[in-house]
Design a binder for this molecule. Sequence first.
Ligand code: GUN
Ligand code: ZN
Length: 442
Amino acid sequence: MTHAPMTADTRIALRGDLLDFTADPGFAAPAQAQGVRFRRDHWLLVEGGRIAGVQAGEPGPDWERIDHRGHLLMPGFIDTHVHSPQLDVIASYGTELLEWLDTYTFPAERRHADPVVAAAGAERFLDALLAHGTTAAVVFPTVHKASAEALFAGAERRGMRVIAGKVLMDRHAPDGLRDDVRQAERDCVDLIQRWHGHGRLAYALTVRFAPTSTSAQMRMAAALLAAHPGTYMQTHVAENRDEVRWVAELFPEARSYLDVYHRHGLLNERSVLAHGVWLDDTDRALLRETGAQVAHSPSSNLFLGSGLFDWPGTEGQGAHVSVASDVGGGTSLSMIRTLADAYKVQALRGVRLTAWKGLYGATRGAARALHLDHEIGSLDAGRHADVAVWDWSSTPLMQHRVDLAHDLHEKLFAWMTLGDERLLQAAYVAGVPRYRRAPGPG
Ligand code: GUN
Ligand code: ZN
């Protein structure tokens, strides 16, 4: 898409039904939930790419008015764990985690050693995120420096809030996918200098998972994490039972899988740990103490048969939980579909996830866990205007069901359960329209 340049005094006003959250609704029943803010048919004022305010009345002539009346406007979704090269292996048949990595994922990621493949993959991935209403993400590219470069460059061109870093893997991975400590350190330092804090980008030290990094590599990552303020750490933890057993063999001195990362100095309030299905109470207490968060990936956990994450138990011990697609273990970039899966995972544990709690976890909750709630995740004044515009339904059946809803939660819950990216009409990033659905036939 081509756009008029956004300047500090560009003023636009978006009209629609505004939904965001002022606080965590928790696992309260729908009617008791706090923190839900719904403003039907209001105007969202955007000035210089940031939210300037919300009002019921029509703004004056010095605002460019964009009419999304009858549509749902929410903060853009935040996907806290997703793999850009894995669009190539999404929906691959028949395996659990470790076999899935060997059979599908590693061979696919190796192809991204070619900078042309890496660049095309990054572009495809970022455009796909926007077409799913996701405007911010914490992303794994591949072990190749060029794949991280391509991702940062593409995110910068789109103005997106992306946290990423080259994957670290110096053992138990095939040829063409391994680095070594010294080369990896040089690549990370170079990438940090080029991209960390540049525009809306941040660097994440990206230990793929404990089995594919030596202790020396994890210590190197921890040293960079400590040396570069504001950098993040992302990895996987306790996803699958065979994986957990393997980590116990590799690190017999550690109390648990999570403790491996703790011992290596990798846990802090900017650590994003995908999955956490097989954590215990001591691990969850360690999450609270360190401020690290779990990126809950329900679609992936169901698809790979990994297990059922204890969301309320994890938060009950004071740890942060956000929601993630984990494509390509997950089967959709849509955070709506991801939330529908999250509901089903909790249902199997005897817990009911409200639409409020789910949508909070994919917006303000994720922003808070990432310490970015001053910038994204809500429609508060001062936030970047990362906004998704949604239809209320995408099929006659969905329209029928939504029309029968007695209250807003029932309507949103049907929307979350039946919806997907086909509902998306437009996505704005810092006030710039970066995605608009093509008009249908006729
Ligand atoms: N553990 C290590 N690598 C991966 C990956 O790419 N996807 C998932 N789901 N788990 C992992
Ligand atoms: Zn993952």
